[in-house]
Design a protein around this ligand. Structure first.
Ligand SMILES: C[S@@+](CC[C@H](N)C(=O)[O-])C[C@H]1O[C@@H](n2cnc3c(N)ncnc32)[C@H](O)[C@@H]1O
Ligand SMILES: [Zn+2]
Length: 362
């Protein structure tokens, strides 16, 4: 018999009833609920992978959702889900069904959809677009980060139709592959996507997008599909727009570029959502703190990787940031790793900063 435990999170108290409760995913629930609250109250929420209902119940209690529909395919989890809805006295409906079955018969369209499966999102996104409408907040968690980060190259090509990066840019490329994948499926339903908040957190990738209906929005969103490039020799990096990569060689040194995509090359954060979320929740381990101040550019540099390539002693990322700022550039740390910086400069400029700091000339 699976064990049952009582778990408190936010304003919800749930019993696991032998089903899956993952404390490590708390931040992903906190952020989803906070973004919904910024857009509420009274929203209709679909929690399509509900398990014990913790996520959906929090939407009801904390984001003041008007109602919440929760799907759960597993009978044991469904039993716990029903008990937890009663325990928390929320306006929620539990259905013991699959996403696929539900989406093909449902006539309702939801304001918020928060997909949180085991592993990858790709089996579900297509069906969920059938219950989305103009303005839907589409949130998704992916835990198949080894696939998205290129440890399983063939799986990424097969499941996301995208070539991953398997180097220090893999998490950045992975989050953009995930965003681009959802954007391309959304476009088939004439939805454009606007990223509100996207993040890499522990072994989660989490995207919060707003869907905009209409062929024009979908076309606009497809303009953000392209490739990330990386030069293994000089470390230059960049992005290219379009479904076909145009540049195959590095502009700086002429070496063959490593390309990843198709993926999302557009903005990854919406300032207003980010500020609202940062005011609403104080969170874990610096991830949110860094996210709140982070520059929204794909130009990401691993400082340890750069100092290693230069053969110099390690330098602090904070020093590189102040050096670049002192030279008129914008630079911040990255939310998913404090040893990475984002900066609107070339690799040569980051290398020059690291060299100057290491030799005491900063
Ligand atoms: C990671 S858990 C969800 C955790 C929950 N959202 C939370 O935050 O605590 C994924 C759940 O989705 C359910 N599931 C898997 N495939 C499904 C499908 N096709 N339709 C509906 N539920 C599904 C699983 O049984 C499992 O309980
Ligand atoms: Zn190069």
């Amino acid at each position: 018999m699976p064990t049952s435990r009582l778990y408190r999170e936010g304003k919800a108290t749930i019993s696991s009833g032998g089903a899956f409760v993952n404390d490590a995913a708390k931040l992903t629930r906190d952020v989803g609920v906070a973004i919904a609250a910024l857009n509420g109250p009274g929203l209709s929420v679909l929690d399509p992978t509900a398990a014990t209902g913790l996520r959906g119940i929090r939407y009801c209690l904390e984001a003041k959702a008007g109602k919440c529909t929760m799907l759960e395919i597993n009978p044991t989890a469904y039993k716990a889900l029903r008990a937890n809805i009663s325990r928390n006295k929320v306006a929620a409906t539990a259905i013991n069904t699959s996403i696929q079955e539900f989406a093909n018969s449902c006539r309702e369209k939801f304001d918020v959809i928060d997909l949180d499966p085991f592993g990858g999102v790709q089996p579900y996104v297509y069906d969920l677009m059938k219950v989305a409408k103009d303005g839907t907040l589409f949130f998704a968690t992916a835990t198949d980060t080894a696939v998205l980060c290129g440890a399983h190259h063939a799986a990424c090509v097969r499941l996301y139709n995208a070539v991953p990066m398997h180097n220090e840019l893999c998490k950045e490329a992975g989050l953009r592959i995930l965003t681009g994948h959802i954007a391309r499926i959304a476009a088939q339903f004439n939805f454009g996507v606007e990223p509100l908040l996207t993040m890499n957190y522990k072994h989660y990738m989490r995207v919060h997008l707003r869907l905009r209906h209409g062929a024009a929005s979908a076309n606009e969103s497809m303009k953000n599909i392209g490739f990330m490039s990386h030069c293994a020799k000089c470390m230059e990096r960049g992005t290219q727009r379009g479904l076909v990569p145009k540049e195959l060689s590095c502009e700086s040194c002429g070496s063959r570029l490593m390309l990843s995509g198709p993926l999302w090359i557009g903005k990854m954060q919406d300032k207003k959502t980010l500020q609202g979320m940062c005011t609403a929740i104080s969170g874990d381990s610096g991830t949110l703190e860094r996210l709140c101040g982070e520059l929204d550019t794909p130009c990401l540099y691993s400082i340890p990787k750069i100092t290693k390539a230069l053969g110099i002693k390690s330098v602090s990322p904070a020093k590189v940031i102040s050096y670049l700022e002192g030279h008129g550039h914008r630079a911040t740390v990255s939310h998913f790793d404090a040893s990475y910086i984002r900066a609107d400069v070339s690799a040569e400029e980051v290398k020059a900063a690291a060299l100057a700091i290491a030799s005491g000339k900063d």
